[in-house]
Design a protein around this ligand. Structure first.
Ligand code: GMT
Length: 377
């Protein structure tokens, strides 16, 4: 198939999923055309992968340059020029609206589009009154819609009063790339042999509750030697740095910034901390699980669909910093517990969330959607 993919190219789960999906589809012999305003972060150019940049003209009249219109124009151009069979957009706003416009712009052919809902497009942005009607319209006009968890599917149906089917296609991880590492050299760059490594990876937005990450670590540090790796960047980073100072643990907290290769850092971690207010899936928890890293997270949104409490890690109420610190300590102080949780987590990741399995579901959805839409025209 000739497949177009649009996503946010910056750091964030939806862009990562879209990029990894495109790479897998290209490996399977499809032509994949990425359409976005920048090269997606994890995208490396290879055979059958193409990138089409959306360049937005600024003009003094435009206080708000109309990205969605330029994107629609580029989508229509790529659809025609490369004879696309289907377009897959990740994150509803504004991508599904641009895809709808592009589809309408074509005169002599129909190119269906699939929308994948990732989370904040529904739970934070989409249900704001100023975006709700247009988000609902984008969902209704899509030729197929998927959500990354059952939680997100249900929430979309309830909040947007959606009657059309929404298919759950969970996020995935490349189980060949993500795995445990016994290489002590990389580990020693961050911690001594008797120090546990706790890792947090996010875009440092308020929903991630980085203040709880630091609070949990400070409690852990009172009880044993440990290091905290803070991976990523975003608006709450200064607050996290300030809190590390005020808790007196700054020397053991390493802010390593945005990284392209999470697999390396996860492969040497002992615990993944994800105390978010909400996660529709929690891709980073899955990536950790594939690396045999137990997950200490909040019982929110789609997280329990990924992490089984007491089996792959432990789940807690939002803000229960003390309980999450106790959970970390029970993992760090008991190597056997850490190992058992880690092995179970890896087993779950490989059985249910491996790229090879999930990509087939998208492939199948594309074929069915193309056939349905063609049979109607
Ligand atoms: O988490 C974010 O702030 C961004 C958002 C994104 O677009 O990357 O993440 C959402 O999509 C991820 C990939 O499907 C999910 O793993 C995250 O759980 C989801 N974030 C939220 O629901 C807060």
């Amino acid at each position: 198939m000739k497949i177009g993919i649009t996503c946010y190219p910056t750091y964030g789960g939806s862009g990562v999923v879209a990029t990894e999906l495109g790479k897998e589809l290209a490996n399977r012999g499809h032509d994949v055309h990425f359409i976005s305003y920048a090269l997606p972060i994890r995208l490396t150019m290879k055979d059958r992968v193409y990138f089409h940049e959306v360049e937005v003209l600024t003009y003094p009249l435009f206080e708000y340059p109309p990205y969605d219109l330029v994107l629609a124009t580029k989508m229509a151009e790529v659809m025609t020029r490369f004879d696309l069979d289907i377009l897959h957009v990740h994150y509803a706003i504004p991508h599904s609206i641009s895809a709808y416009l592009a589809k309408m712009m074509l005169r002599d052919r129909v190119v269906p589009f699939v929308t994948t809902l990732h989370g904040t497009d529904i739970t934070l942005v989409g249900n704001d009154r100023s975006y709700l009607p247009i988000t609902r319209f984008g969902i209704e006009q899509s030729d197929a819609v998927t959500a990354v968890s059952e939680y997100l599917r249900q929430r979309t149906i309830q909040e947007f009063q959606i009657l059309r089917p929404i298919l759950v296609v969970p996020n995935f991880v490349d189980c060949n790339v993500y795995g445990r590492s016994s290489d002590r050299t990389l580990r020693r760059r961050f911690a001594q042999d008797d120090e546990g490594i706790l890792t947090h990876i996010s875009n440092f937005r308020p929903v991630k509750r980085v203040e709880d990450v630091i609070g949990i670590f400070a409690l852990v540090r009172k009880n044993r030697k440990a290091r905290l790796l803070m991976v990523g960047d975003g608006p709450e980073r200064p607050k996290a740095e300030w809190l590390a100072n005020t808790h007196g643990v700054a020397q053991d907290v390493l802010f390593v910034g945005k990284q392209n290769d999470m697999s390396e850092l996860l492969a040497i971690s002992d615990v993944l901390l994800l105390p978010s207010e909400l996660e529709s899936f929690g891709l980073v928890a899955l990536e950790a699980m594939a690396c045999e890293v137990p997950v200490i997270a909040t019982r929110v949104g789609g997280v329990p669909e990924v992490v089984r409490d007491g089996i792959d890690g432990y789940l807690y109420e939002v803000g229960d910093v003390q309980a999450m610190a106790d959970g970390c300590l029970s993992v760090l102080n008991n190597p056997k517990v850490r190992e058992n949780l880690g092995k179970a987590a890896r087993d779950r990741a490989t059985r249910h969330f491996c790229a090879s399995k999930i990509v087939l579901q998208y492939e199948d959805l594309y074929s069915r959607t193309i056939e349905e839409v063609r049979s109607r025209h």
